[in-house]
Design a protein. Structure first.
Length: 214
């Protein structure tokens, strides 16, 4: 795969207390990649405890990474499945791009896949601020399939209006710096019918002794 790294496709999102960058046409052949991800990854539907009940998460997910890259959120504990050849190639594409920027983190040891099957699937407001991600995590997100709205809102300053981005297929969204400390994000349900969307969020999680020191 060859990223379409045109400088005019890199759009810094100008928000306070955040470092967010969006490349609308990062990857070509994205429809073929979407189909491969659908078929090759082991999608599952987790449950979370809310209001004293076990509720199905409104999307499918999978977790791949290095052998000790365990991860958890909302009471869900994820053990990594091995990297597939396709995921390794996509990780390399993202890492090579980040190496050309001023961002300090250059590598990822894990990836969370989310599969939004149609307009009814979603993810609620949250931050990727789990302890094992560190104080200022860099999250690199690739999108495939139909476009979906991605929304951001400030945690503390209600005078800042929420921001909405239509994440296009083949796009790359990077969140770095203080973004997770100061901002929430979501993919809401859509009022218009839409097809499936797969989102891959590459991460660097602490492992072994590094996790113990946090």
């Amino acid at each position: 795969m060859q990223p379409d790294l045109f400088s005019n496709a890199v759009q810094p999102i100008d928000l306070p207390n955040a470092d967010i960058r969006y490349c609308s046409d990062f990857l070509g052949e994205h429809q073929h990649i979407y189909q491969q991800l659908q078929q090759q990854l082991h999608w599952q539907q987790d449950t979370i405890a809310m209001y004293g009940k076990q509720l199905a998460v409104p999307r499918l997910n999978c977790w791949h990474g290095d052998a000790a890259a365990d991860y958890g959120y909302s009471g869900i504990v994820l053990k990594p499945q091995p990297w597939t050849e396709l995921l390794q190639q996509l990780r390399s594409d993202v890492e090579n791009y980040i190496a050309s920027t001023d961002l300090q983190q250059r590598t990822f040891n894990s990836v969370l896949g989310n599969y939004y099957r149609d307009q009814r699937d979603s993810v609620a407001w949250h931050s990727d601020d789990e302890r094992e991600l560190g104080e200022q995590p860099l999250i690199a997100s690739l999108s495939f399939g139909d476009s979906r709205r991605f929304s951001l809102k400030h945690k503390y300053d209600n005078s800042i209006k929420p921001v909405h981005i239509e994440l296009a297929p083949g796009s790359l969204l990077i969140m770095a710096g203080q973004t997770q400390s100061h901002w929430l994000h979501q993919v809401p349900k859509s009022s218009r019918p839409c097809g499936g969307r797969i989102n891959l969020t590459f991460r660097q999680v602490a492992m072994g002794a590094d996790r113990q020191r946090q």
